[in-house]
Design a protein around this ligand. Structure first.
Ligand SMILES: NC(=O)c1ccc[n+]([C@@H]2O[C@H](COP(=O)([O-])OP(=O)(O)OC[C@H]3O[C@@H](n4cnc5c(N)ncnc54)[C@H](O)[C@@H]3O)[C@@H](O)[C@H]2O)c1
Length: 337
């Protein structure tokens, strides 16, 4: 299968490309502008590639519509896996247009090119942020969507464009994967999250444990949760990657659909900190500061649908293991990246 992967030099995209490269018969074209992605990761992926697969990297920005169309003209993609996006919630509040342009406008252009050049499958990286502050926890795919920040709204708008397009063009199908909190690194510690200013809690905790940061900030401990800190459903990046390969298969003989990607249970910020302290053996300092705008108190997935319809089963659903892989990767970044 000939697949276009946008954002394949980034954190989640690179883990999915790794799994595609370890499987058979994929021709992969990665488009990435390297704004947060890493060229070193692309080089590592080259080394992972099996003989049956091929991988090509094109440095390009999705906003360059003419260049992106040239890439469609000179390839015949059967599927698109679209990761490229801007992903920092607080930044989306202060700079919403960046998010609507990169996450919505550029996605609409890709969908348009998919229709124009006959690409039949589209796998879209969406987010639990489309639910906003859900009333029902764990949240189901058919729960109301009500984003509380421009990041979540920019993704929901793209979801709606995909749905309308698939309704109008019968040969075009999508799987929308709504990721909860993605964390950890490649179990073999070959790739991981490289971008230095990451805001994800487990990454930040690992950076603090290895001494890259002086302390870890807790943004609010007055939420209506059992210990006052936000609760999130942390999913290991390799389990999430499995879901993408399964989604490609799924679309062979199923209609378009939306799936939550999470484990179905959550941990508080304080629980994550304690787990990272335990696996690292470092009692790093923590300071409680005010809430950040746009953070929901609790986001946990109901993941029955992906398990039942796709047969997806998590392999790495232990918080200690997730923290350990994140820590291993942070140590590797310190020594050799
Ligand atoms: N990390 C999470 O916990 C999480 C949760 C929910 C959803 N998601 C979604 O998953 C996807 C991947 O996230 P990630 O954590 O790997 O982030 P990331 O920043 O590591 O990866 C995004 C990649 O896209 C590239 N990119 C961004 N804008 C681009 C553009 N205009 N043109 C070309 N390349 C561009 C970046 O260079 C980077 O390599 C995003 O769509 C994000 O919204 C992530």
């Amino acid at each position: 299968m000939d697949i276009l992967v946008t954002g394949g030099a980034g954190y989640i995209g690179s883990h999915v490309v790794k799994q595609l490269l370890e499987s058979s018969n994929y021709t992969i074209t990665i488009i990435d502008n390297l704004s947060t992605g890493s060229l070193k990761t692309i080089q590592t992926l080259e080394g992972i590639k099996s003989d049956e697969n091929s991988m090509k990297f094109i440095k390009a920005d999705l906003s360059n519509f003419a260049q992106i169309e040239e890439i469609f003209k000179t390839n015949s993609f059967q599927a698109i896996i679209h990761f490229a996006a801007s992903i920092i919630v607080p930044e989306s509040v202060t700079n919403p247009l960046k998010y609507y342009l990169n996450n919505t406008t550029n996605t609409i252009n890709l969908i348009n090119l998919a229709i124009k050049y006959g690409v039949s499958k589209f796998i879209f990286s969406s987010t639990a942020a489309v639910y906003g502050n859900p009333e029902e926890i764990p949240v189901r795919e058919d729960s109301p969507t009500c984003p509380i920040n421009p990041y979540g709204m920019s993704k929901l708008m793209s979801e709606n464009v995909l749905k309308d397009t698939a309704r109008a063009y019968k040969g075009f199908k999508y799987v929308i994967l709504r990721y909860f909190n993605v964390a950890g690194a490649d179990i073999k510690n070959r790739i991981g999250q490289c971008f230095p200013n990451a805001t994800h809690l487990i990454k930040v905790a690992a950076e603090t444990a290895v001494g890259k940061r002086d302390k870890l900030y807790i943004f609010g401990d007055d939420y209506p949760t059992f210990d006052g800190t936000c609760i999130r459903d942390y999913i290991h990046v390799d389990d999430l990657s499995d879901a993408h390969l399964m989604a490609l298969e799924y679309l062979e003989d199923h209609d378009s659909d939306v799936f939550n990607c999470g484990y179905g249970y959550g941990y508080s910020v304080k629980q994550v900190i304690e787990t990272m302290r335990k696996v690292s053996g470092v009692n790093f300092p923590v300071e409680v500061v005010g809430r950040r705008e746009g953070d929901a108190a609790c986001l946990v997935a109901n993941s029955d649908k992906i398990k039942t319809l796709m047969g997806w089963q998590p392999k790495y659903n232990q918080l200690e293991l997730i923290c350990q892989t994140a820590l291993n990767w942070e140590k590797k970044l310190l020594s050799s990246y």
